[in-house]
Design a protein around this ligand. Structure first.
Ligand code: ATP
Ligand code: MG
Length: 174
């Protein structure tokens, strides 16, 4: 059976705590929606869609030597995407190495019959889903920014559990 997979950068505990504080501040400011649980915070590099067992095996072979980034991402803006009701923290500046890795993973996926991304890579961490369009007046820029150390990459499995979406780590590159 096919699995729903994506590549992401994990969020360390210290950054999870900063993101939780930001989530609370937004809820206090009047944001209504479903807060993403801290365990689910992640930065997607490439969404792959449904992947069969044999596609997964060749994917892992192609990326056996994946070199993870070694940088800090400064999350300094708030993004709201009305259609999915996503409120996320984004970055005004995408570090070149992060953008290159995301593009390489996305192009590889498209080239091998997996999900083809239509939009350019925009690093972000989702804090709320189903956020109502009746957003309070929010600052566009986050001061001070939240820093995400990016030193590893994971291949994640996304499944629907009883309490909502659950991610499971299939492989870790550090
Ligand atoms: P749910 O869809 O249950 O609300 P989710 O969006 O976190 O939860 P998935 O849909 O499995 O779970 O997505 C996993 C990751 O891939 C998320 O970061 C999501 O934003 C991203 N993603 C999902 N679909 C796409 C897509 N069509 N294009 C780009 N990224 C996607
Ligand atoms: Mg989704």
């Amino acid at each position: 059976m096919a699995q729903r997979l994506f590549f992401s950068v994990p969020v360390p505990r210290v950054t999870q705590l900063a993101l939780l504080r930001q989530q609370s501040a937004l809820a206090q400011a009047g944001v209504r929606g479903r807060p993403v649980p801290a365990a689910n915070f992640h930065l997607t590099l490439a969404f792959l869609g449904n992947v069969t067992a044999s596609q997964k095996a060749s994917l892992l072979e192609r990326w056996a030597e994946l070199v993870p980034p070694d940088l800090q991402l400064s999350l300094d803006t708030l993004h709201y995407w009305a259609k999915p009701g996503v409120l996320a923290l984004g970055a005004r500046r995408t570090p070149i190495a992060l953008g290159q890795l995301a593009s390489a993973l996305q192009q590889d996926a498209a080239h091998h019959g997996l999900h083809a991304s239509r939009q350019a890579f925009r690093p972000h961490i989702t804090l709320f889903r189903g956020a109502s369009a009746l957003l309070p007046e929010l600052p566009e820029q986050l001061e001070p920014p939240i820093i995400l150390p990016c030193h590893s990459v994971e291949l994640m499995l996304s499944e629907n559990g009883p309490g909502g979406v659950e991610y499971h780590r299939l492989k870790h590159w550090a």
